[in-house]
Every structure is written in structure tokens, then in C-alpha cells.
Design a binder for this molecule. Sequence first.
Ligand SMILES: C[S@@+](CC[C@H](N)C(=O)[O-])C[C@H]1O[C@@H](n2cnc3c(N)ncnc32)[C@H](O)[C@@H]1O
Length: 167
Amino acid sequence: MKRNYSSQEYWDSRYTHEESYDWLHTYDDIKPFIESSKMEHQMRVLVPGCGNSELSNDLYNEGYTNITSIDYSSVVVDAMNKKYGHLKYEVGDVTNLSTYESGSFDLIIDKSTLDCLANVGEDTTVRYAEEMYRLLSNGGIFVVVSYSNFRSETLMRENTMWEVLSE
Ligand SMILES: C[S@@+](CC[C@H](N)C(=O)[O-])C[C@H]1O[C@@H](n2cnc3c(N)ncnc32)[C@H](O)[C@@H]1O
């Protein structure tokens, strides 16, 4: 199948035969950023567009136990729930997680999900940025791991007020 990152069908198909893949970086690479945030191990973590990345399990092994991982591909969510029964994987559209109250998470870690949504279009990335902003608690941190230098511009929309800590 052609690589169409903006299509859910592409991801469903990919996840029927791919067991594990980490986009851009592994947890070990981003660990210094997470640790410098000085977040408690009990903090509520969201991994939006988790795919079949090892990130959530690596976080768990580091002592973070309150982790919610969400992806719109039920194929990968079913596979990850089977693989890691101690973790919480849910099917959901990360641009609209209305079942979650505002301020539900203290740390959100996006690893190339915003990159993927950028293929869909600007409306989608803005909706996503606003949704992540809504879900973050006061003083919460949104870590965005991206191949692009321009993602912070996407985040800086009029309905959000991010303080950029590091680029
Ligand atoms: C580039 S992959 C990154 C996967 C993972 N975060 C990693 O670091 O390896 C993008 C992921 O976002 C998911 N995705 C794309 N659009 C989504 C949406 N609107 N809601 C939920 N998940 C989405 C895809 O299914 C895919 O798993």
C-alpha cells in the first residue's frame, strides 16, 4: 500500500503486520527531557497517536504508572493491549478526546503524531493543538518530538498560550 500517512486505512494495514516501531527516537533519547521536567512518577501521562511504539512500556519500566496511550487504529490498540496487559491503550481520535475532562493530564508526549497530522492539513493540526492544550493541567508539559523545526508555529495559535521551553 502507498505510504499515505494521513489515512487511517494506511495505519490499520501497516499494523496488521508490523509489531513494533519507534518513530524518530526511542525513550532513552528523550529521557533527559522527561527527567528535567521533574514530574512525579504518579503524574498522569498521555501518549497520543501511540502506534506500536515502546514508549509507554519504557515509561512504565521507569516507574511512571499512570499512562494512557491512544490511537485511532483499533488494530494497533488491540495488539498493544494484548502485548502489554498492564498498560492502558484506547481507541480515540486525538483531535477530539471529548470523553476526557479538561486538565486530565500532566504530561503529554507526542512522538511524530503532530508530523502525521500535518499531512492531513492545518485545520487538523490546530484542532489537535487546541485539544492537547485543553487536556493539559496547569503547569503541565507537552513534549513534541518532531522531524520539523516548524511545529512550534503550529502550536502557537490564538486559542493556545504555550510557553516554549526548548527547541
Ligand atoms: C508517525 S506514527 C507515530 C507513532 C508513535 N507515536 C511513535 O513514536 O512511534 C503516527 C501515529 O498517529 C496515529 N494517528 C494519526 N492520526 C490520528 C488521530 N487523528 N487520532 C489518533 N491517532 C492518530 C497513527 O495511527 C500512528 O500510529
